[in-house]
Write a protein that binds this ligand. Structure first.
Ligand code: GDP
Ligand code: GDP
Length: 452
């Protein structure tokens, strides 16, 4: 028997997901919590509307954000959302768009047209005006409903069943969890996701290195649609640009915009903002002033970038001002003083003239692609066999390897003894070349197991 189409309900806590699911299912099956952040078991219900049956899943969690405890819920939610045929993204008109909504929307935009935006708690006509604000999320016009009172539900359900796939199931089973490791690597689904990137980008650097100039160049030069989204804090603004490379989100560019309009943001404050932006970034652009070389403060910032675990791109800005004889020197300084960011590509640019800026987005997209890569276990183990036969580990043997996580690629090695750091660096280079991992950090972990 073919599987029923799957509709996943997503959104941050307390927007009314359970209430909506219950309303769709026409019964009071789930317990509706009054408090935010209460983790519930994922709920699945079989529903029917206009003669079509489908399964509704309450993802119960947000997609991003939160503390370590939330991370598990988020991952489940993300998986449910990816595997669903249709995603109902629920927002609460009584609170408006929060930073969390904006983040989730950012993740959902990459799913393309299978997302239905829902403005919940539209209990009255008057509330409809508030709902239009949600158009700013870049997910189309909201369907206005009141899950609690049933308002607008008929129209919503008509729209939902109209968009469900016909015939055999179109999506993967919602319960299968992650795709099996063997098919994950280069499956069409993965390729599809890699092409449509929604990347969050942090532009970091000391004051006056040219961050604002770069930001304005990026939003001006791309033949792109630019729109603003609220960031996580009250005065933070992210700028989203739709480019040929995908949707890019420039994190917390409020400070840079203000700078661009002439008013000065306090330097200390702007550094703090930069560092905060790193926490949410998929890629960090570390901007340096090439005329000043790599300063101590640049190094400190670079360490923070490295610690954030995001892939990084180093931008040597103001290249237009550099005398030919100084050019070599700056490159050497980067190699030397920023050696710990060795995987990061280095681009020479002029934000002011636009020189080299065109190469930036392809590099960013490559960095994100590498960051999300999953290598099938069999190919990974082939690679370690090859690496060991070229250069055996000193006094040790690697028995087995698995990639435990993506973002960044994290590989656990089971070895007969601990491996010395130079050998680990060799293995890292080997993996990077073999799988064309490019500009992403790679996390290699060793566990010692008794040999056979
Ligand atoms: P979830 O955690 O996102 O699934 O949200 P819940 O379904 O638990 O709802 C959170 C709160 O919002 C509860 O107190 C609900 O009664 C309330 N709520 C849900 N839908 C509506 C609505 O359409 N109108 C109003 N006024 N309140 C609602
Ligand atoms: P921010 O503090 O990092 O945002 O730096 P700004 O973007 O405000 O730039 C600081 C100064 O450097 C401004 O006077 C810019 O015009 C100048 N600037 C930025 N990028 C370049 C560049 O590529 N070449 C040159 N010559 N000047 C630049």
């Amino acid at each position: 028997m073919s599987r029923l189409p799957v509709v996943a309900v997503a959104g941050r806590p307390n927007v009314g997901k359970s209430t909506l699911v219950n309303r769709i299912a026409g019964r009071q099956a789930a317990i509706v919590q009054e408090t935010a952040g209460v983790t519930r078991d994922r709920l699945e219900l079989t529903c029917e509307w206009a003669g079509r049956e489908f399964t509704v899943i309450d993802t119960g969690g947000v997609l991003e954000h939160g503390n370590a405890l939330d991370a598990k819920v988020s991952e489940q939610a993300l998986r449910a959302v990816r595997n669903a045929d249709l995603v109902l993204f629920v927002c609460d008109v009584t609170t408006g768009i929060t930073g969390e909504d904006a983040d989730v929307a950012g993740q959902l935009r990459r799913l393309g047209d299978k997302v239905v935006l829902i403005a919940n708690k539209v209990d009255s006509r008057r509330r409809e005006l508030d709902a239009w604000e949600l158009t700013g999320l870049g997910l189309g016009e909201p369907h206005m409903v009141s899950a609690l009172h049933g308002r607008g539900m008929g129209d919503l359900l008509d729209a939902v069943v109209a968009r469900l796939p016909h015939g055999a199931a179109a999506a993967r089973s919602p319960l299968s969890g992650a795709t099996s490791e063997l098919d994950a690597g280069d499956s069409p689904v993965e390729a599809e996701e890699a092409r449509i990137v929604t990347a969050a980008i942090a532009i970091v650097g000391r004051p006056n290195v040219g961050k604002s100039t770069l930001f304005n160049r990026l939003i001006g030069e791309e033949r792109s649609i630019v729109h603003d989204l609220p960031g996580t804090t009250r005065d933070a603004i992210d700028t989203v640009i739709e480019t040929e490379a995908g949707t890019l989100r420039l994190i917390d560019t409020a400070g840079m915009r203000r700078r661009a309009r002439g008013a000065d943001a306090p330097e200390y404050y702007s550094l703090v903002r930069s560092l905060k932006a790193l926490d949410r970034a998929d890629v960090a652009l570390l901007v340096l002033d090439a005329t000043e070389g790599v300063t101590h403060q640049d190094q400190r910032l670079a360490e923070r970038v490295d610690a954030s675990g995001s892939p990084a791109v180093i931008l040597l800005n103001k290249w237009d001002l550099l005398a030919t004889e100084d050019r070599l020197e700056v490159g050497e300084q980067v190699k030397d003083k920023l050696a710990f960011l060795g995987y990061a590509p280095v681009l020479r640019i002029s934000a002011k003239t636009g020189l080299g800026v065109g190469r930036l987005l392809p590099v960013v997209v490559a960095a994100i692609g590498a960051y999300h890569r999953r290598i099938p276990t069999a190919r990974l183990n082939d690679a370690f066999r090859a690496a060991q036969s070229a250069h055996p580990a000193p006094g040790a043997r690697i028995l087995y390897a698995v990639q435990g996580a993506v973002d960044p690629p994290t590989v656990t090695l089971f070895a007969t003894r601990r491996l010395p750091p130079p050998y680990l660096r060799y293995l890292e280079r080997f993996l990077r070349d073999r799988f064309d991992l490019g500009p992403t950090p790679i996390d290699l972990r060793v566990r010692v197991r008794a040999g056979r």
